[in-house]
Design a protein around this ligand. Structure first.
Ligand SMILES: NC(=O)c1ccc[n+]([C@@H]2O[C@H](COP(=O)([O-])OP(=O)(O)OC[C@H]3O[C@@H](n4cnc5c(N)ncnc54)[C@H](OP(=O)(O)O)[C@@H]3O)[C@@H](O)[C@H]2O)c1
Length: 363
């Protein structure tokens, strides 16, 4: 059995992780770390866990965590995980770590000051960590000890745009993304804007021009572009909105369609919606959790809720010369805990779908 510890276990991402791991035949939860609920059980915090055999929440010491777990997940706020991760590795260099937060995601430590407002105190971790977007970094994750689980929006955006970057079919300075998220994306801590009367029957944009996920998306799309010899950096316009749903992310993205006859003939596709849909199917062939929707369908949050799927659909807009690409995920599953379990599976040599064969919840 894989012995699992979770720091930040009482938050929404931590709760989802516990739900998934309870259905994982190889995982055994041994340590649940909380600052607020020490001595209590999961069912005291979330009544849905009534009767489940889980350890009490504890203020575990780093030595205990490092010696009694094979893998530790961090589901704690940005800036809180890196000191723990640094110390756990120094106590037990063989321990595996998956950070569902953002402390391992950006390769340039200066970006933490600029976008998150704190100094990253362990930049050496950033060089060692692998970006855990499972479908794109499968081999690297298999050999990794330290995984940066991607952000929820970055998961939806990068998976939607990766084939276009990979085949050089989009103007990298023309990418615009609008995104919608359910309220659970903001976490469980109380805040006025997320009170029921404030957010129900309401939709609003937030994080204008400077959302923290922008450098992460640009970083990863640039890596894909560079791999085909393009040095021109991605310049993303990204506007997230919060909508009255519990869970779910839907993105609609646009960019200039860059194709020339030679490239399209090399790829053996027609430069239209059907051709691009086929290209996406080929790119994600064998990737179980990516579903490319046919040209008469759209991704929707209900069709992925509670599951680890990312649904994607693409259109060539012949009138404007732009591409429209859409994707939907469950922010707590493919956007957080599900992808983290997918990464754990690869890190421990398990089939990537162990514990993740969940059909979506339509109702
Ligand atoms: N919500 C999402 O959709 C989503 C998606 C992808 C990634 N993430 C990331 O996952 C992480 C958790 O998000 P969340 O939505 O689950 O947040 P959350 O509901 O607010 O939960 C965070 C948990 O972390 C613990 N915590 C708070 N401060 C801490 C500290 N200084 N040290 C250790 N633990 C601390 C708290 O538990 P105790 O008070 O019991 O210790 C809290 O329950 C964040 O980094 C977030 O960016 C969230």
């Amino acid at each position: 059995m894989i012995r699992v510890g979770i720091v930040g276990a009482t938050g929404y991402a931590g709760e989802e992780l516990i739900r998934l791991l309870l259905g994982h035949e190889k995982a055994l939860i041994t340590k649940l770390v909380s600052r607020t609920f020490v001595g209590q059980f999961m069912e005291d915090v979330y009544p849905s866990y009534f009767g489940y055999d889980l350890p009490r929440f504890e203020k575990a010491s780093k030595v205990e965590l490092a010696s009694e777990c094979d893998v530790v997940f961090f589901a704690s706020p940005s800036g809180t995980a890196w000191p723990w991760i640094r110390d756990l590795i120094s106590i037990n260099p063989r321990i595996k770590i998956i950070d569902i937060g953002s402390d391992l995601r950006l390769k340039d430590p200066l970006l933490y000051k600029e976008w998150y407002g704190y100094e990253h105190g362990a930049p050496e971790l950033l060089l060692k960590s692998v970006y855990g977007l499972t479908e794109l970094n499968f081999e690297k994750i298999t050999n990794a000890g330290l995984v940066a689980n991607p952000g929820c929006y970055p998961t939806a955006v990068i998976l939607a745009f990766a084939p276009l970057l990979h085949f050089g079919l989009i103007g990298v300075d023309s990418i615009i993304v609008n995104a919608l998220t359910g309220i659970s994306g903001a976490g469980r801590a109380l805040s006025q804007g997320y009170h029921f009367p404030e957010c129900n029957e309401n939709m609003k944009a937030y994080g204008l021009l400077r959302h923290r996920h922008v450098p992460e998306i640009e970083q990863e799309l640039n890596i894909i572009g560079k791999a085909i010899g393009r040095d021109e950096p991605v310049c993303l316009s990204f506007t997230p909105h919060v909508v009255p749903l519990n869970r779910g992310i839907l993105i609609t993205g646009y960019g200039d369609f860059r194709w020339d006859k030679a490239k399209v003939s090399d790829l053996n596709i027609k430069p239209d919606t059907l051709g691009l849909t086929q290209l996406y199917k080929d790119f994600y062939h064998g990737k179980k959790f990516i579903r490319i929707r046919p040209a008469d369908q759209v991704p929707q949050t209900k069709a992925v809720a509670g599951s680890n799927y990312c649904d994607i659909s693409i259109r060539a807009d012949e009138r404007t010369g732009r591409i429209l690409v859409m994707s939907a995920i469950d922010n707590l599953v493919k956007g957080a805990a599900g992808q983290a379990v997918q990464n754990m599976n690869l890190m421990f040599g398990e089939p990537e779908d162990t514990g993740l064969n969940l059909a979506p919840l339509w109702l």
